[in-house]
Design a protein around this ligand. Sequence first.
Ligand code: LLP
Length: 425
Amino acid sequence: MDYFLYRNGQLHCEGVSVEEIAGAAGTPLYVYSAQTLRHHYRAIAAAFAELKPAICFAIKSLSNIHVLRLLAQEGAGFDVVSGGELFRAHEAGAEMAKVVYAGVGKTDQEITAALEAGIGYFNVESEAEFEELSRLAGRAGLPARVALRVNPDVDPKTHRYTTTGKRESKFGVDLERAEKFFQRFGGDEHARLDAIHLHIGSPVFSAQPYVEAITKALELIERLRRGGFTVNALDIGGGFGADYGLASSPSAMDYAARIVPLLRNSGLKIILEPGRQISANAGILLARVLYIKESGDKQFVIVDAAMTDLIRPALYEGYHFIWPTRSEMPPQRVAGFSLPDCRKVDVVGGVCESADFLAKDRMLPPVARGDLLAVYTAGAYGFAMSSQYNSRPRSAEVLVDGSQWRLIRRRETFDDLLMAERALE
Ligand code: LLP
């Protein structure tokens, strides 16, 4: 579900033609729809309303401060995983009590900054990290609230690089160790351990792994309570899917229908950390066709965006629907379609790597130099994972709201490439 629609054969983001935006802001270009961001945030809030959860948007999926401000205005809290994300949340005007902080490698500086900011929960991933947090909290005289991240050993059936809740992954502590963890640290005077955190993977295209993981977590919480410990909150993490194809993901309602009944009588404060389900369908990447190259029976459509702008195809073989922004043929957002005028092509960038592709063996209508292509579902882990590899300045970002659009990140320049190096001269 998004607000990217063809009108008179031209792709619009809400009320604005994307070609008009690209003409003014250049390409490659990320274009986000404010309405879509709000729509997905509100859909999650409505689906889980009975639990009155804190919805902590995963900043890592789409970090632009203007997007964070928009979501903070909607009432969102934030899931952060670094000092940099903590800084972004703060600068976006987030209510810091609604910030949760995960990650296996928090540094002393990052922990101290989060203590000073007064965040809601530290999602602690190991015994050693807890000890360090307690020491720093005691030294600073700033109390910490802690959720123990547990690893429920559930298979989310997603790419192996984004599976996080299986025993062999580096995240959290296993369920057996969790009880010992509470016995050891449950009475700590500086860091108050009173919650459980989970994040099983991303994207998880079914509610079932959540049901399994939450059931295991509730059993653990029951055991802990029987052992005399107080458990006030359960953070079920993120990972809800987004539509990469047509209606390819469960909706917020579908997840909630299975998850809410498990939690409604738990007496727990519930925290959610959705990223992708809010941001993915809210963004497209616009790329201009530079060259068409025939090679044997293959056609390469070479565009000005590359793996440096969107690394998901290279890193996870991620699928992103692509279509020309000006097209009489309606977008065929289904895998494996075939139309007589379409041709199978590889859409590739200009980086010197064979992994530099946005799509492989993809049916597209005929395109020519100068045409504009829209790469869909690029709002999550798109710009946020971009790089300057091959010394390519990062693209600009635009936010559309109704009939208005504005630049929310300017295109980087060659001077930006050298900024941190020149400072040393
Ligand atoms: N909470 C924690 C602790 C996480 O590690 C993540 C994502 C999320 C929440 C948000 O997950 P989401 O709702 O956005 O799926 N770069 C990969 C995804 C990596 C996800 C990392 N953690 C991709 O492009 O698919």
